[in-house]
Design a protein around this ligand. Structure first.
Ligand code: ZN
Length: 255
């Protein structure tokens, strides 16, 4: 059986500029995840924003079955050309897993089709993640719920597509709830969004978080992969204004 080819993409900014984050993820979130998710049926590579073409050349994407995406501070630095390339590969059949603050990434927003905005608070709330669909391959082998002692709070309303299939709902000790895990299909490709993963907490070391990602990779691998007909490609990517969503802006709506 051929291996599932996984590319873990990370903007890789906080880990370089914030000593606390660097301590948690010395090899970057992408490097840590590549090690944690390593398995005999996976071929894992990583890519980061500062590489030429953000490490997502046509060749890399053509040889990727499932793309993981972590971004936060530099959504607007991702070239539209690369975004378009990723979208086309998803339409062809590549799976994509959007992590945490990737809810504002250009690729996610294009696939989601709505703003992706949400309420947020960075206070280290306890998070309890309830599995609402225990029959889905992504929630396989998870307990009824699991907890993260400290996380950033994301709360509803979360602007996601109406065809989202929700698999998990989070409760935060501040009282908020959030649709923390959901799937979409776009073209031939499967998308999974997974909420936890704020850079200043050791979330990706959590056993259940890793289980979700491991399950999601196997679920998201292409069922079929066909070149997207050129005639169906949009003329140009819809212009996305990212300046309203600049990193660090105060306010109740998550940037
Ligand atoms: Zn965060």
């Amino acid at each position: 059986m051929s291996k599932i080819r996984v590319t873990i993409w990370n903007e890789f900014i906080h880990e370089k500029h914030n000593p606390e984050v660097k301590k948690l993820y010395p090899e970057g979130i992408h490097g840590m995840l590549a090690k944690a998710l390593a398995a005999s049926d996976l071929e894992i590579r990583t890519a980061t924003l500062d590489e030429p073409e953000h490490g997502l050349t046509q060749e890399v994407l053509d040889n990727t079955d499932v793309l993981l995406w972590w971004g936060h501070a530099a959504h607007d630095k991702v070239a539209d050309e690369v975004v378009q390339r990723v979208l086309t590969r998803v339409w062809e059949g590549m799976g994509i897993i959007a992590l945490h603050s990737a809810h504002m990434a250009k690729v996610f927003r294009q696939l989601n089709g709505t703003s992706g905005k949400l309420h947020w608070r960075e206070s280290g709330d306890k998070e309890r993640i309830w599995v609402t669909n225990p029959a889905h391959p992504i929630t396989y082998n998870l307990p009824e719920y699991f907890e993260l002692p400290y996380e950033e709070m994301y709360g509803e309303p979360f602007m996601i597509a109406n065809d989202a299939q929700v698999l998990m709902i989070s409760w935060f000790e501040g009282g908020e709830v959030f649709r923390s895990g959901f799937t979409l299909q776009r073209g031939n490709g499967k998308l999974f969004y997974f909420r936890p993963g704020h850079e200043s907490f050791p979330t990706y070391y959590n056993e259940n978080v890793q289980k979700v990602l491991a399950n999601a990779i196997r679920w998201a691998k292409p069922v079929i992969s066909t070149p997207y007909p050129k005639t169906h490609r949009p003329e140009a990517l819809e212009k996305l204004s990212t300046k309203d969503f600049a990193f660090g802006k105060a306010g109740i709506i998550k940037d």
